[in-house]
Each structure stands twice: as structure tokens, then as C-alpha cells.
Design a protein around this ligand. Structure first.
Ligand code: HEM
Length: 501
């Protein structure tokens, strides 16, 4: 009702302006009215009025888009329309609207917007749409599963990396350090083993450089900016960071091309070692020249796995460590549970998960408050969708405001506080709230979710089992700046890890 009333108000205002027919009205004013009336006739969801060419760019006042969207949501409701530059966006807020649109209207709202496809060269899984995306996603899920993803057998591989990480931390003998590099190499090694069939050492300078580029790609890339202001790349300088982002992407790509070349040289169809081999085998079996299994497609897909599979999980664990240092009582409670259920000498395994509801709650709360992918990844609209009397227009870009869920005070009272208990029932069982989607929802839901959940559990529980994690200086809690790109990540911070024995 609220939306409808607002829309009627807007219509009234616009109609009044048009009816006045002031003789002094300039050509530009006429053009504005035509554009505004066009919006009205299309029956779009309510939203700020905007100006020709720039749309409502002036509404984007904060460094953090989610703050702008929260303000606009209060004004226009859960689903609002905003034009930024020449591009049209529909921002979806709150559990109910996200489920109604992204899940129930999945057929129309599961594409990617055209600007993403052109940025990523229309290859891979994350930026593609239609039959190509469906085929590649299905192949990816099947193949990842055949290499253990979603199964218990992957646990040994993850635990090998956990053990190496814990030993590296041990070598520091409690002196302050920043875990970012160690963690990203450990986490990345898991997806590298599945995709390239190899892992990298913690002191491998070349690989560390690539990891830094991946982190910068996620924490600095302004995906929305490139959606509505791609023309800025033609201006001198690099006002939106698009050029820098493209350079990073090319450097990562050179590393990946090297991996593919090595695989081609040693490929043996009788011994399929990893994802690249599985793809090459499929490529050979394809007879049509229109095959979806092109070289570019292989590169695009492994770029998705390598990027998405490395940084997101490592960032989540860094948030969790940050919250545990700042909340010593919660850390103590988490350790107590691990100590009681697993003990200090047995390695954690996925089997322990059910017996560790408090640890589960700490992880869920770290994902919620860390809010790693605040606006998910934009979706595209395949055809006009009618929703609550409005039209979600074909060709517009959908923003899934996942922050509106993580920070919803009705689902999560006092949302800015770190309170794992909110994920526990009265009798202490873990209750993963169904209205909470850190991995997004609908057909595009993260395809690495089960791998990420396994990594989060085994890494975090192992770290807390072995070490008491403390601030760099006794009694001075770390403070971080929040870096917002595709992901929301903490700036680097140092802490001490003291062996509990
Ligand atoms: C805590 C860790 C992770 C989080 C929070 C996360 C979150 C997300 C989100 C929000 C999306 C966008 C979904 C949408 O478009 O609506 C996504 C997509 C994706 N994720 Fe993850 N992710 C994580 C880990 C991983 C891992 C480990 C992999 C490795 C396989 C992965 C692979 C992908 C891929 C390939 C897509 C694109 C899916 C598609 O477009 O069909 N992610 N992820």
C-alpha cells in the first residue's frame, strides 16, 4: 500500500508539472517531463525522480552504497527503481521481497546484466547467462563433486592445509602478525588443488603477488560503478578504478593461462587429475563447432573459481578472528565447547559439527555482521516482470540488497552487535535462520557454498582449539577500516596467537 501511495503522489506531482504548460518552460524542462512521464507510463516501482543523462547519481552520497539504499528504502519501500546514468536499477530489500522476486520469479531474474558480460568477456559462470551459463554451471557442479566438493572426502585435503597454517602460526611463537597472507594462501590452495591439481608454498612470492591482486580485485572493484558509468574509462585518469581493475584482471589471467598451458602439455585422458583436465576431456568429446567448451570458456570458469574460491572465505575468517579478539568472553565460550566436545589433541572434523552449536553460531554471526558480499552480485532481467502492480523492466539491473537482511533489526535485534546467541535456540541448539542468505538465494546461489562452509568450520575451530588469540597490545582491541568493493573486508590488523598448551 505504501508503495502505491507514493507512486500516486509522484504521478500527481508529475502530472501537475505537465499540466501547467508554462510558457517559460524550456526545451530541457520538456525533455525532463517526457522522461518522467515515460517512467510513469511504464509503471515502474517508486524511486527518486532523477535527471536526464545522470539519473539519480546525486542520491549516491555515501562511500557505502548500502547506506544510500537503506535511506532510499525508507522513502520508497522494499522494491525501488533508481536510474544511475543511463542505466536502470531495481533494488530489492528485505527477506520477503527477495524471496518473492529472486526465488519465485527466478526464470526472469537469474541472468546477469549486459555490462557484466562485457566486462568479463562473456565467459565463465559468474558473468554469463542463458544456456551457456546453465550448461557450464551444471558441468561445474558435477565436476566439482567428482573431485570431492560437497562430500566428506574433501575434508582430508582441507585439514592438510589447516595443519600447515597452524604450524606456520606456531613458528611465530606468539609475536604479533597479520594473518591475511597466510590465510589467503591456505584457503586458495584448496581450490587450486581441485582446479589445477597443485598447491603453493607460503613463501612463494609470485603466488603471494597473485593473491594480493585477487584480494584487491574483490575489495576495491566497484561493480555498480562500472554498470552505470562504464564510459568513465575513456576519460583521462582512472576515476572509478576501472582501468586498475582491468590491469589486475589481466595479471591474474596470465597466471591462469600458464596453468592451462601446463595442463595441455601433460594431458592424459586416462588420468584426469583436476578440473582443468576434466574440462579438456569434455572439450575433446564435443563434436559441434558451436560447443560451449571453448578455450575462453575454460579460462573464464577457472578465473571464477580461483577468484571466488580464494578471497571470500579468507575474508570471512578474518572477520571472525577480529570479532573473537574484541569479544574475549565469546572466544572463551567457543574454546570451552571445543575443549569439552573434541578435546585439545584430536583434529576437528565435520562429524563434530553437530556437537558444536556455539561454534556454528559464532560462524553464522561472523558471516552476518561481516556481511561479506553486501549487495550480492547484480542480476539481469530477461523479460518484463509484473510484481505488486509494478513492472520490473527487461534489461534493467537487479541489486540484491543482502545487507537489508543481515542488518534487519526485526530478525536480528541490535544488529550492529556481535551476538552468536541469536543463532541458538533456548535449549542451546544451533538454528541457521532461513531468512539469512550470505550465499545469496535462487538459481544463482553461490556454487561454492558447501566448500566454503567446510573451510570456515575446520579453519576457525582448529585455530581456536590451538591458540588463544589476543590483541597485539594487551587490552587494546584492534580497529579496522572497512574496505568496500564487491566484498566488504576489514583492513589489515595484527594480533597474537598464543599456544594454549
Ligand atoms: C564465505 C564464502 C563465500 C561467500 C560469502 C560467497 C558468496 C557468493 C555470492 C553472494 C554469490 C552471488 C550469487 C548471486 O548472483 O546471487 C556467489 C556466487 C558464486 N560463488 Fe560464492 N561465496 C563464497 C565462496 C565461494 C567459493 C569457495 C567458491 C568456489 C567454488 C565460490 C564460487 C562462486 C561462483 C562460481 C559463483 C557464481 C555463481 C553463478 O553465477 O551461477 N564461492 N558467491
Amino acid at each position: 500500500m505504501k508503495h502505491k501511495r507514493l507512486l500516486i503522489n509522484q504521478r500527481d506531482q508529475w502530472a501537475t508539472g505537465a499540466d501547467l504548460g508554462r510558457p517559460s518552460a524550456t526545451l530541457i524542462a520538456d525533455a525532463i517531463l517526457i522522461i518522467l512521464n515515460t517512467k510513469w507510463k511504464r509503471n515502474l516501482p517508486p524511486g527518486p525522480r532523477g535527471f536526464p543523462l545522470i539519473g539519480s547519481i546525486i542520491e549516491m552520497k555515501s562511500k557505502d552504497r548500502t547506506e544510500d539504499f537503506a535511506r532510499l528504502r525508507k522513502q520508497y519501500g522494499d522494491v525501488f527503481y533508481i536510474k544511475l546514468g543511463l542505466s536502470e536499477f531495481i533494488v530489492i530489500n528485505g527477506t520477503k521481497a527477495l524471496q518473492e522476486l529472486i526465488v519465485k520469479r527466478a526464470d526472469a531474474l537469474s541472468d546477469r546484466p549486459a555490462f557484466m558480460a562485457s566486462r568479463a568477456g562473456s565467459t565463465g559462470i559468474a558473468a554469463t547467462s542463458g544456456d551457456l551459463w546453465k550448461e557450464q554451471r551444471t558441468f561445474a557442479i558435477r565436476t566439482l563433486r567428482s573431485f570431492g566438493v560437497g562430500k566428506r572426502c574433501l575434508e582430508t585435503q582441507v585439514m592438510d592445509e589447516v595443519t600447515i597454517l597452524v604450524n606456520e602460526i606456531e613458528k611465530l611463537k606468539g609475536s604479533p602478525f597479520d594473518i591475511s597472507h597466510l590465510l589467503s594462501i591456505s584457503i586458495s590452495n584448496i581450490i587450486c588443488s581441485i582446479v589445477f591439481g597443485k598447491r603453493f608454498e607460503h613463501d612463494d612470492e609470485k603466488f603471494l603477488l597473485i593473491m594480493n591482486l585477487v584480494h584487491a580485485q574483490f575489495s576495491k572493484t566497484n561493480l555498480l560503478g562500472s554498470g552505470f558509468a562504464s564510459w568513465l574509462k575513456y576519460l583521462p585518469g582512472d576515476p572509478t578504478g576501472i582501468k586498475e581493475s582491468t590491469e589486475r584482471r589481466d595479471a591474474i589471467q596470465r597466471f591462469l593461462i600458464e596453468q592451462i598451458r601446463e595442463h595441455r602439455q601433460t594431458f592424459n585422458k586416462e588420468n584426469i587429475r583436476d578440473y582443468i583436465d576434466a574440462f579438456l576431456l569434455e572439450q575433446q568429446s564435443q563434436t559441434s563447432s558451436e560447443s560451449y567448451y571453448s578455450d575462453d570458456q575454460l579460462l573464464g570458469t577457472i578465473r571464477n573459481f580461483f577468484n571466488a574460491g580464494s578471497d571470500t572465505t579468507a575474508t570471512t575468517i578474518r572477520w571472525a578472528i577480529y570479532y573473537l579478539i574484541r569479544n574475549p568472553n565469546i572466544q572463551a565460550k567457543m574454546y570451552e565447547e571445543i575443549h569439552t566436545v573434541i578435546g585439545d589433541d584430536v583434529c576437528p572434523s565435520m562429524e563434530h559439527r553437530k556437537g558444536l552449536p556455539y561454534c556454528e553460531a559464532v560462524m553464522a554471526e561472523s558471516q552476518r555482521l561481516g556481511n561479506i558480499v553486501p549487495l550480492s552480485v547484480p542480476h539481469g532481467v530477461k523479460y518484463d516482470v509484473n510484481w505488486n502492480g509494478y513492472v520490473i523492466p527487461k534489461g534493467s539491473t537487479i541489486i540484491l540488497n543482502l545487507t537489508s537482511v543481515c542488518m534487519d533489526p526485526v530478525i536480528f535485534p541490535k544488529p550492529k552487535e556481535f551476538k552468536p546467541e541469536r543463532f541458538l535456540t533456548k535449549d542451546g541448539r544451533f538454528e541457521g535462520k532461513t531468512q539469512f542468505f550470505p550465499f545469496s538465494l535462487g538459481r544463482r546461489i553461490c556454487l561454492g557454498e558447501s566448500l566454503a562452509r567446510m573451510e570456515l568450520f575446520l579453519f576457525l575451530v582448529s585455530i581456536v582449539q590451538r591458540f588463544h588469540i589476543l590483541p597485539e597490545k594487551e587490552g587494546v582491541f584492534p580497529e579496522v577500516d572497512v574496505m568496500i568493493g564487491i566484498t566488504r573486508s576489514p583492513s589489515s590488523f595484527r594480533f597474537r596467537a598464543i599456544n594454549r598448551n
